[in-house]
Write a protein that binds this ligand. Structure first.
Ligand code: AMP
Length: 688
């Protein structure tokens, strides 16, 4: 059989394959069911496993032998699913989907497909890119290159606009990820200027919001809470997604829930849906503005906005983006297919196919080169200049074009020859704090010769054109390249938070019960509350729910127990989404309620307060806080807006536990506090 090549958009929810047609244009290849889109879902209850639409149907019927939504777990060694006595990681599961896509494309094209370009979210870090290449290889494919999804979209877009110089913003909202990219399309290159995104934000979050809304109604009417039963929750989620699709076409959707013997019908209007999910739209705005800022551009500098991803079919996306950008997004692009089409174009370039070939090829004025960037900085854990803390030392800045390389020199104490090894922990991330970055790997370089008491080792790092990391080291005075081995990253990295050389031992994780007390007084209305909600979500993302229970209390004139402390993160998320502003600020009663919920037990107990000013009776609130502290509760007080740091200090149980967050910093502050608490919260505890 003749050989061919394809581009593959390996998506979280759906995958698409494209190839060059007889005229040299990229075109989507339908699967064996005649569909352009194959759901990235596998059903293991049949032999061989069913892939795609059939598997999705089995999932809908409540079958448990289902693997779906595994792409966000690519490269995560802890993610393992067991089916028919075999363990599968996300790469194994992706390989099954890829093999199916390959077979379907081969059948359709009558070619043997050996080579491919696979797309990944711009936010994918090294391990995730490597896992994607592994999945391709396991499916019998030679992976020519991995490219960023928005870059592929820009490429497909560039194809349609020949010979013009444009700067566009690509807004890609899929099933599970959001990526925003600013790209410059010139005559001979598609260069990415900046990227931002959130790999935990996508259509699924919109489904979740509808599901929470319905569950709450269903629970209050029947006493049966779908959140307590995974099968019922699955049914609610399926109905919610269908309602979402319907609302892309119509102004209202009817939803019938049949759970157990209870049957209830609901009507959801488009306006209600848009209200429920406004905070999600707003999260995309923040990230979009981040990308623009990073590219040092304003909206008026852009010549267009391109929508990518199934979720951009929601009318709210189009209108929100139009409003934000001051121009309507470009049309005429199929939001589901554009990434695969771009991958097919890239595959053709990798295969050396060009427009100079005899047959008409792509309608480009000369073949375009793709300049891609990595959205994470690459660095290493190093000791700071003062020698008293570990820091993330960035070596290759993010948003530089790849391939890219750089070298850093480190002083290595040889201890007269007894210390021949240098351990390098590679990081990906922007924070100075290595614990806020992902640790890519532990690289151990050996064979260092003691030519002095301290020798210089040059550590070279690079991103190759797939965004995969390479690392090597040379001892400078001997010029010898050091031999390298890769060791597993230890699970416990808490030593990174301590001064170097310290070896204080850590006990097992303590059980923690915590209440978030959120000010919903009138002054919080609008952006402050949205930011508080985002911050609370960031907080939950960082909590370790295997050892933590988190609850939520809101305070205005009313003090409401929005969520009892629970290890079910979804419950707290639903409660966060419910917060609404009201008048006045009754912190005293909120603290009293929290105290009552935190009656002494074997857990470490925290109250985390967020407020934007003075409460109604500041002194009685301080009294309540002191009573709580006496009861053994740790209090962290975070202020925004008109809050006063001196007053926050009086509420909190330690100096480090009172923080004023400037505008835009709240999400980071909350994330930081959650991490400190999850790790034992020592710096936030009263030392008495
Ligand atoms: P993708 O990852 O690009 O395939 O996007 C999949 C996401 O798009 C899923 O969350 C779908 O529910 C969502 N989606 C697909 N079609 C529509 C539609 N017509 N209206 C709203 N969301 C949609």
């Amino acid at each position: 059989m003749a050989q061919g090549f394809v581009g593959i958009d390996l998506g979280t929810t759906n995958s698409v394959v494209a190839a060059r047609n007889a005229y040299g244009r990229p075109e989507v290849i339908p699967n064996r069911d005649g569909q352009n889109i194959t759901p990235s879902v596998i059903y293991f209850g049949s032999d061989p496993p069913a892939v795609g639409q059939e598997a999705k149907e089995w999932a809908r019927l409540g079958n448990e032998e289902i693997a779906s939504f595994f792409k966000p777990h690519m490269g995560n060694p802890l993610y393992q699913l067991r089916f028919q006595n075999r363990d599968y990681n996300a790469s194994d599961l992706s390989a099954i989907v890829l093999r199916r896509l390959k077979e379907d494309a081969e059948a359709k094209l009558g070619l043997s497909i050996e080579h491919t370009v696979i797309t990944v979210p711009a936010y994918f870090a090294d391990a995730q890119r490597k896992a994607t290449i592994d999945a391709g290889n396991a499916a019998g494919l030679d992976v020519l290159r991995i490219i960023n999804e928005p870059t592929a979209a820009a490429l497909a877009y560039g194809l349609q606009k020949t010979g013009t110089n444009e700067t566009v913003l690509i807004y890609d909202l899929g099933g599970g990820t959001f990526d925003v990219t600013v790209a410059k399309i010139t005559h001979d290159a598609v260069g990415v200027l900046s990227t931002a995104g959130d790999h935990d934000l996508g259509g699924k979050n919109w489904d979740d919001r509808i599901a929470m809304f319905l569950s709450e109604k269903f629970a209050s009417e029947t006493g049966l809470d779908p959140l307590d039963d995974p099968v019922a929750l699955n049914e609610v989620l399926v109905r919610s997604e269908q309602a979402k699709w319907a609302l892309s076409e119509r102004n209202s959707a009817r939803i019938t829930l049949q759970l157990g013997s209870e049957r209830k019908g609901y009507e959801l209007s488009r306006a209600e849906f848009e209200n429920l999910t406004f905070p999600l739209m707003d999260r995309t705005r923040k990230l979009t503005e981040e990308a623009l800022e990073e590219a040092k551009l304003r909206w008026q500098d852009l010549s267009g906005v391109l929508l990518v991803g199934g979720s951009t079919r929601m009318p709210m996306v189009r209108s929100y983006v139009s409003q934000m950008a001051g121009m309507p997004p470009r049309t005429g692009v199929n939001v589901d297919e554009v990434v695969a089409l771009g991958a097919a174009i890239q595959a053709a370039m990798e295969m050396g196919e060009s427009s100079q070939d005899a047959t008409p090829r792509f309608t480009l004025g000369g073949m375009r080169r793709v300049d891609d960037v990595m959205s994470h900085s690459l660095g290493a854990v190093a000791v700071n200049a003062e020698g008293n803390a570990y820091i993330n030392d960035i070596v290759i800045r993010r948003n530089l074009q790849i391939p890219a390389e750089n070298t850093r020199s480190y002083l290595h104490a040889t201890h007269g020859g007894s210390n021949q090894k240098l351990e390098v922990y590679l990081t990906q991330g922007e924070s100075q704090n290595p614990l806020d970055c992902s640790i890519l790997g532990k690289y151990v370089f050996s064979g260092i010769m003691a030519t002095d008491h301290e020798v210089t080792v040059d550590v070279g790092m690079s991103y190759d054109s797939n965004g995969v990391v390479q690392v090597r080291a040379t001892q400078r005075d001997t010029g010898h390249q050091l031999s390298m081995s890769v060791e597993p990253v230890p699970d416990d990295l808490s030593w990174l938070a301590r001064p170097p050389e310290s070896s204080a031992s850590q006990g097992p994780a303590e059980k923690i019960r915590l209440y978030l007390l959120i000010d919903v007084s009138a002054s919080m209305a609008g952006t402050p509350l949205l930011e508080a909600q985002n911050a609370a979500r960031a907080f939950l993302d960082r909590c370790d729910f295997t050892s933590m229970e988190v609850g939520l209390i809101s305070f205005s004139s009313n003090v409401t127990l929005q969520a009892e402390a629970t290890s079910n993160a979804r419950r707290v998320q639903a409660a966060i989404a419910r917060l609404e502003p009201d008048s006045s600020t009754n912190l005293t009663d909120a603290l009293e309620l929290a105290r009552a919920r935190l009656i002494s037990d074997d857990r470490v107990r925290y109250v985390v307060i967020l407020t934007d000013g003075y409460p109604d009776s500041p002194e009685s609130a301080v009294e309540q806080a002191l009573a709580a502290i006496k009861q053994g509760i740790e209090i962290v007080a975070i202020g925004i807006g008109d809050a006063d740091l001196d007053y926050l200090r009086r509420l909190s149980s330690s100096e480090q536990g009172s923080i004023f967050a400037h505008a835009g910093e709240l999400v980071k502050t909350f994330g930081h506090i959650a991490r400190v608490i999850s790790e034992g919260g020592r710096s936030l505890r009263k030392l008495s």
